[in-house]
Design a protein around this ligand. Structure first.
Ligand code: NOJ
Length: 535
């Protein structure tokens, strides 16, 4: 489809967690040559871009979100030559490649931090955030780490605390120091010069903290579970000055044609949309995660969609997310019966969808036996491991019914276990089944990419007068219109939607069986059924 829209507006982004996609050298960990082997599969999904979680050198305390060198490749994933080849081969197939950028913190093994911690008068001392102990010798204030415990660690050698809102192995950079942002921009330029198409920017809304280091107030809405939630993070999150930093990152991207960044931001819509920038000069897309946290009910989802559509400023392009490497698997969160409804929603709403690897075949959370737990927040907070642990959604891709699901060699132990049911749920099997989840996913992505109304068209809610059912219309000039009707409930429904049109044709239904014309004055929906109708 040729439109004036940019690739990141009309295309689908697909997240690859590289440790878990495809292992090519039998070490049990996925790698870049492995991704290369799967490029044709990726093309077959009708996606536009892959976003690869961090592949930089790292001691892997947080599985790559602790970067020890921003301009190199971790040997576990391959070499720079492998990366360049992946980029070339992806581009040859028309696929864009986005990298994960982690500017908020480095690894504690990064050369910058080693210098910074070496002495109080090292020139890089203030590249990180160091504070004197409180009068009682404890941490300088009450700030907490997302991963449990205080956000401060004491350094014996220099007698000060440094800040880390994640692991102590992830010290935070000080963006108030004039050399830090230029250094990070230089790293971005390194990849842009290689031809990388964009960045997913980790915790972009945390990059600046209160310069007075004030205590954060208690959160009266805290549910008493994950300790980090006990405070209102008004001095560490979403500081006004962060927008200046983002604008400078955007200015750099603007020097290159057709590049983009999507910012990781968990926030209310009123604040989230500010990250597009007042003049659309910040994030091309601030991630919209609300579908993940919204109760899975038709009315609640409808309200979110309408709230978002209303909040978007002029010129802001929407986007939607249903899963990532930090969230329990979609199929587990909302139940296997609703996965197709959710996938139809994600792929027919207005805005760029981001899909998480494996969701296209309906992978569920994998139960991780205690002795195999790898994820630091789960290890550090065993009492809430079931909430904060992220291993269950990071397990190896299920390619076929060979040993280890074709992810790694038969005799290798993968870094995270595969579920026993991979023999039933895998790509090869679903390729042969005409109504599989994979076929469903592809049918939707293909429709989305060929039909202007679905890809870039307008959105309008359609009243269904049925609490369980959410319906909406997508329209674009000079093209077919589509009506999407989604039953979030477990009862049959019969709807009168004749206000939209008398009749429609099923373009695809969640069962992949239903076809033909439907009478919109008497539209029957089975439990958990969704239909995408061509008007
Ligand atoms: C957000 C990332 O998505 C998550 O995986 C990571 O642990 C934290 N940021 C820290 O980088």
């Amino acid at each position: 489809m040729s439109t004036p829209y940019l690739w990141w507006q009309k295309g689908i982004i697909y997240q690859i967690y590289p440790r878990s996609y495809q292992d090519s050298n039998a070490d049990g960990i996925g790698d870049l040559p492995g991704i290369m082997q799967r490029l044709d599969y990726l093309v077959s999904l009708n996606i536009e871009a892959i976003w690869i979680s961090p592949i930089y050198p790292s001691p892997m305390y947080d599985f790559g979100y602790d970067v020890a060198d921003y301009t190199a490749i971790h040997q576990i994933f391959g070499t720079m030559a492998d990366f360049e080849q992946l980029l070339t081969e992806a581009h040859q197939r028309g696929l864009k490649v986005m990298l994960d950028l982690v500017p908020n913190h480095t690894s504690s093994e990064h050369a910058w931090f080693l210098e910074s911690r070496s002495s109080r008068d090292n020139p890089k001392r203030d590249w990180y955030i160091w504070r004197d102990p409180a009068p009682d010798g404890g941490p300088p204030n009450n700030w907490l780490s997302h991963f449990g415990g205080p956000a401060w660690t004491f350094d014996e050698q220099t007698g000060q605390y440094y800040l880390h809102q994640f692991l102590k192995e992830q010290p935070e950079l000080n963006y108030r120091h004039p050399e830090v942002l230029p250094t990070m921009l230089k790293a971005m330029r390194f990849w842009l010069d290689k031809g990388v198409d964009g960045f997913r920017v980790d915790v972009i809304w945390l990059m600046l903290k209160d310069d007075q280091f004030r205590d954060e107030p208690a959160n009266s809405d805290w549910d008493g579970q994950v300790p980090h939630g006990s405070l209102r993070h008004i001095y560490t999150n979403n500081l006004p000055g962060v927008h200046d930093l983002i604008r400078q990152m955007r200015n750099l991207l603007n020097e290159y044609p057709d590049r983009m960044m999507v910012g990781e931001i968990y926030m209310s819509y009123a604040d989230l949309v500010k990250y597009y920038g007042q003049n659309m000069d910040e994030c091309h897309l601030p991630f919209n995660f609300r579908l993940i946290s919204t109760p899975w009910q038709a009315q609640a989802v409808r309200n979110v969609v309408e709230e978002y559509e209303a909040a978007l400023p002029q010129g802001a392009w929407p986007n939607w997310v249903l899963g990532n490497h930090d969230q329990h698997r979609l199929a587990t969160r909302i139940g296997a019966n609703q996965v197709r409804v959710a996938t139809m929603l994600l792929l027919t709403l207005r805005g760029t969808p981001t899909c998480y690897y494996g969701d296209e075949i309906g992978i569920e959370n994998v139960a991780i036996p205690l002795e195999f737990i790898q994820d630091p927040p789960a290890l550090k907070q065993p009492e809430v491991a079931h909430i904060v642990g992220r291993d269950p959604e990071r397990t190896p891709m299920q390619w076929n019914n060979n040993p280890n699901a074709g992810f790694t060699a038969a005799t290798t132990t993968p870094w995270l276990p595969l579920p026993a049911d991979y023999v039933k749920r895998n790509v090869a099997k679903q390729e042969t089944e005409p109504t599989s989840m994979l076929k469903f996913f592809r049918t939707l992505t293909s429709l989305r990419q060929t039909e202007p109304a679905l890809c870039v068209g307008d959105y309008r809610t359609v009243e269904t007068k049925t609490t369980d059912v959410f319906a909406y219309l997508r329209t674009a000039p000079n093209s077919d219109r589509f009506l999407i009707v989604l039953n979030f409930g477990t009862a049959d429904h019969c709807l009168n939607l004749s206000q939209v049109a008398p009749r429609a044709t099923v373009a695809v239904a969640t069962d992949m069986v239903r076809t033909g014309q439907v009478d919109l004055s008497n539209l029957a929906l089975a439990p958990n059924e969704g239909v995408l109708l061509r008007l």
